[in-house]
Design a protein around this ligand. Sequence first.
Ligand SMILES: [Zn+2]
Length: 508
Amino acid sequence: MNGPWLVMCDVDGVQTWLLRSVHLREIAGASQLLVDHDDEMPKVAVGGQALFSGGGSALVRFDHRAQAERLQRELPSSLQRRTVDATVTVSEPQGVGTGPFGDAVARAVRDVEQKKRLGRLHGETADACFALRCQGCASEPVVAEGQVRINNEPRLLGAGCLARHKARSRAGWLDWMRIRPGWQGIGPAHLPADATELSGGGKLALVLADVNGVGERLASLQTEESYKVFSEGLTRAVHKALVEAVADVVTPREDDGWKLAVEVLYAGGDDVLLACRDDLALRLVRKLVTEFGSRASGDSNHWCGGVPLGISAAVAVVGPKFPFRAAHAIAGRLLRHAKRVARQERWTEGAVDWAVVTEAWAEGGPILSDRSIESSSLALELTGRPYRASAAGLRSLGSFQEACSKLATEFPRNKLFDLRGLCSASQLAPRASGAATRRAVDEARQDLSARVLDLVGRLQRNPDAARRWTEAISALGLDPQKPFWNVEAEWRTPVGDLAEGIGLWGLS
Ligand SMILES: [Zn+2]
């Protein structure tokens, strides 16, 4: 096979690496280190041209195989100098030859994936016992210069966390916001010191988003030029959508005490990870998905080749002391589920899910399984989630927002929490969990239906509340007397989502 030669590199477990520390400051700093690494790529890839570079991933093109091999040798140590403890997997050089460009890209991606699988066989977990462990990540020894103050508390850090800690003093993603009015004077001083400050005393939301179907699209590209156009267009669209989403929910103020309620932790290629105050989460996500959609469809966006792309998102709402790693694992699980649903339902815009995490349900699996009662031929889905990432239509995020806004005033909030309590598999049919029969599913549905109508029926003495209920349920495209969507072998009700929605849309 002849040149040009392609080398794909990808920082290992990048989001897990970012979230290794428990401190927000070091997570954000780690993100900055990755940006530095991306910026340094042209210096390390001598004789090469980065066709794509972002978030610790890159695809670099070389004329000669020897140059490609040099990057392969030198990139791991260059990354380690920057980050202390991040590792990167680099593919074997792949010749493009005369075949389609996408084939060579797909080979490089497969090679990276295979190497990562092999690497794990050797077991890379750090399990050594240190006399004094880093108070950021608990998995490295403390270094002498690692004494820092985090929110006025003394902390001892290891080399890895210290590098992250120092990197936070640079502006990073705030530089992207400069194109928006009011953001020119916003700098590192306005970044929150920790998760408690970020959440403003309430809860915080970890938002994870990912563009749908990028891998298939990249593999289908025929030429190097089309790869460059696509990956540049994709990165720009994600980046701009992110800027618009943050600007939509944050009004910057330059006074000293003011702190941002959003922190972008990672934005590379088609992935985004950010933390924000919980009452900003759904508005931010809605803006992100719609802004991305408008930049990834239509005739004016040539980069996506006339085939629209969508982005899916998942939100884990947690207390400020809840470990980022655990919240990220939950959001990741929800995101994979949302993307699967978007594919099944052919929602090109993508899908959006969230979970308010309580101590009792602190894992993705139980959160998802508590949402449905299923037999082999009939299912009762106790939520509308994931919602379609569109502004209007059945099961859309837009209609859900409208329904929540109808109930934000004049409707007793405790009734909404009662509804949410009803919409839980473990409450409704504790014995049906696992393998239910069709009859048990149908009975659970009738039971839920009767309880919902009973609860709403008691609102009749309060005409404003009754009217609000009718408006909200109609906004969801449902009959107020039958608060279910009936889709073939599935009953689905969104009424339990409303209580959480009011808070997450910032309506309370
Ligand atoms: Zn550490």
